[in-house]
Design a binder for this molecule. Structure first.
Ligand SMILES: [Zn+2]
Length: 190
């Protein structure tokens, strides 16, 4: 799927919105990704999973397992795994910090794993999931995302592929051009 096709698909299902948004950081932005909107439609989720699986096969060897950080990576991991004939598991935050594989999820020593996340900004949850997989004995062959929103790119120490690379502009309220135009401000996750 080409970048334009992915963006059009995301826009159709409300997963890519344009307007005037207050981000959780307090900054304002003219666009917003809410990938959970895409995963409510199984056909859309499957199409994104297939497309990302194809991209990942170009950068890292075929895995036995696809792992996502909870929550954003769970459904995507499932759809990428379906496309690859692999298992799908997820890592989750633990009280002592970081993430772990729980619920009986296991990775055999040396098994190849793709780690996937719906949207990457700083990559924090992906890094935690990569560590969880490595601590369990897996070898992370690649990291994938539907949208890479990082400003300057992220380095996970393994090949990284995203269907869309789109740094999202963010403004302090006092510098926001949309505020200056009097555009109504929306909190997108409400
Ligand atoms: Zn504003």
């Amino acid at each position: 799927m080409r970048v334009d096709d992915v963006l059009r698909l995301l826009e159709q299902v409300g997963a890519w919105r344009r307007g005037h948004f207050r981000l959780t950081s307090g900054l304002h932005s003219p666009e917003f990704f809410l990938l959970s909107q895409a995963f409510q439609y199984p056909d859309t989720a499957a199409a994104l999973g297939r497309a990302l699986a194809e991209r990942l096969l170009e950068v890292g060897p075929r895995p036995q397992v696809v792992a996502g950080p909870a929550l954003g990576g769970i459904l995507l991991a499932h759809e990428v795994a379906r496309a690859l004939g692999a298992r799908a598991i997820f890592a989750e935050a633990v009280p002592e910090g970081g993430m772990r594989l729980r619920r009986g999820f296991r990775v055999a020593p040396g098994e190849r794993v793709y780690v996937v996340e719906d949207a990457v900004t700083t990559g924090g949850s992906v890094r935690a999931a990569v560590r969880a997989v490595e601590e369990a004995g897996g070898v992370v062959a690649a990291v994938g995302a539907v949208v890479d929103r990082s400003q300057d790119g992220v380095d996970f120490g393994v090949p990284f592929a995203a269907l869309v690379r789109r740094p999202v502009p963010a403004y302090r309220p006092e510098d926001c051009p949309l505020c200056a135009q009097g555009e109504p401000l929306v909190s997108p996750k409400a």
